[in-house]
Design a protein around this ligand. Structure first.
Ligand code: GDP
Ligand code: IMO
Ligand code: MG
Length: 429
């Protein structure tokens, strides 16, 4: 069983980064497949905090190769800064490879992200303004510049000149000043020089590694309900964070995915706009935000907080073909008198256990809750399932039963060590 996908089962920030760090030491390769620096993956080891946005969190394991997969969009300036910052923080790092198929994010993408959001007015998506949507739009329109072209000076100059002419026409439509070729080209050609040594045939390396029985860990970014096709469209990102996206974004085929672990918080958060039936706009929501320091890693925005939503998690379990749950941030719920879990939605057409089919239905969905007795005390020292309070175990067992997916791992704190491996056999097999 050499390959394992770690996928965000909710709306992102489920603590995927922490899990990648926990499991990364057992893997030969850690590969990301979706998004770009809209992601923010936190790893805490002792007194050191790492925030990864483009580099896979596996980089901290010197024996592991980290791959920026072909499904990603990469801001070169950000990548160089992140490489430098990580090197300053830690002397020994694993090898980094950037797929030649990954697309490059340019300043015009960021500019257009902001201009498009402004034009949407009250229908804004609440993007991270990192140019992610416009970069993927160029990919789909077949005018994007890929890493392989970016690091070839002649091809890059020609492609940039052609694309910039199109982008400047767009900027004029927004009454925005044009971007001048020479300055942009000079700046980005210098970045390309620095990135060239990392651009290597990632897809063949991965395939050979799989054939040789080496362990491959797929690092999900964003979350299931931010998926372009399967999320709460249009309040989604422009890539494919679901487990199936791991094949698209890395080039490994579906039969090369052996296990899929879904990472979910013991409650729900969301950053940006869009449906969130179990959202708590009250003192409990604020208590969760305070206890969990729920502010975005990338933008610093307060995260919207609410109860765990099993309608969403059941759907997530199905479309990601989950083999186990990684339940995180259980410690944050300590001290609440009672804990609620949505098991169904009430719609004008009746009660349903399925996801709404349209934005209009999402807006009307009222959660049907099951209430559990809360627990108190600090869970962070717990290292075994039996050390968890009985109420917490009852809550987790209910999640497993309702979703039909076993609890494989429980996270009780941000540090690498604050982890309970409940089912070691559910990991690599
Ligand atoms: P990711 O995007 O899925 O990697 O998650 P983020 O890093 O954006 O957000 C998760 C946050 O939760 C980070 O600040 C982590 O350090 C923190 N964290 C991870 N696991 C736990 C946990 O079990 N308990 C608590 N309290 N914090 C956690
Ligand atoms: P990680 O990997 C949480 C959200 C944004 C916004 C929507 C579209 O850290 O879990 P975009 O900039 O992608 O066009 O924004 O998607 N979003 C995330 N929310 N965690 C993320 O990544 C996210 N990546 C994108 O907040 O609502
Ligand atoms: Mg995050």
């Amino acid at each position: 069983m050499p390959s394992l996908v770690i996928v965000g089962a909710q709306w992102g920030d489920e603590a995927k980064g922490k899990m990648i760090d926990v499991l990364g030491g057992d893997a030969s390769y850690v590969v990301r497949w979706s998004g770009g620096n809209n992601a923010g993956h936190t790893v805490i080891i002792g007194d050191q905090t790492f925030k990864f946005q483009l580099i896979p969190a596996g980089i901290l394991h010197p024996g592991t190769v980290s791959i920026i997969g072909g499904g990603m969009v990469v801001c070169p300036k950000h990548l160089i800064e992140e490489i430098d910052r990580t090197r300053e923080q830690r002397a020994e790092l694993g090898e980094l490879i950037v797929s030649p198929a990954a697309h490059v994010v340019f300043p015009y993408h960021r500019l257009l992200d902001a201009l498009e959001e402004e034009a949407r007015g009250e229908n804004k998506i609440g993007t991270t303004s990192r140019g992610i949507g416009p970069a993927y739009t160029d990919k789909v329109s077949r005018i994007g510049i890929r890493m392989g072209e970016f690091v070839d000076p002649d091809i890059f100059a020609k492609r940039l000149r052609d694309v910039l002419a199109v982008k400047n026409r767009l900027l004029r439509m927004f009454d925005h000043a044009e971007i001048e070729f020479d300055a942009l080209h000079a700046e980005y050609a210098a970045y390309a020089e620095k990135i060239r040594p990392y651009v290597k045939d990632a897809e063949s390396r991965l395939f050979s590694a799989y054939q040789a029985g080496e362990r491959i860990l797929f690092e999900g970014a964003q979350g299931t309900f931010l998926d372009l096709d399967h999320g709460t469209y249009p309040y989604v990102t422009s890539s494919h964070p679901i487990a199936g996206g791991a094949c698209l974004g890395t080039g490994l085929g579906p039969r090369h995915i052996d296990r899929v672990l879904g990472v979910a918080k013991a409650y729900t958060t969301r950053v940006g706009e869009g449906p969130f039936p179990t959202e708590l706009n009250d003192s409990i929501g604020q208590a969760i935000r305070d206890a969990g320091h729920e502010y975005g890693t990338v933008t610093g925005r307060p995260r919207r907080c609410g109860w765990l939503d099993l309608v969403a998690l059941r759907h997530s379990a199905a479309i990601n073909s989950l083999s186990g749950w990684v339940m995180t941030r259980l410690d944050v719920l300590s001290g609440l008198e009672e804990i609620r879990v949505a098991t169904a939605y009430k719609l004008p057409s009746g009660e349903t256990k399925s996801l709404p089919g349209s934005m209009a239905e999402w807006a009307q969905a009222e959660p049907v809750y099951q209430t559990f007795k809360g627990w108190s005390g600090n869970l962070r020292p717990c290292r075994q399932w039996d050390e968890l309070p009985a109420e917490a175990r009852t809550f987790l067992e209910f999640v497993a039963e309702e979703t039909g997916v076993p609890i494989a791992v429980v996270s009780v704190g941000p540090d690498r060590a604050e982890t309970i491996i409940v089912r070691p056999d559910a990991l690599w097999g």
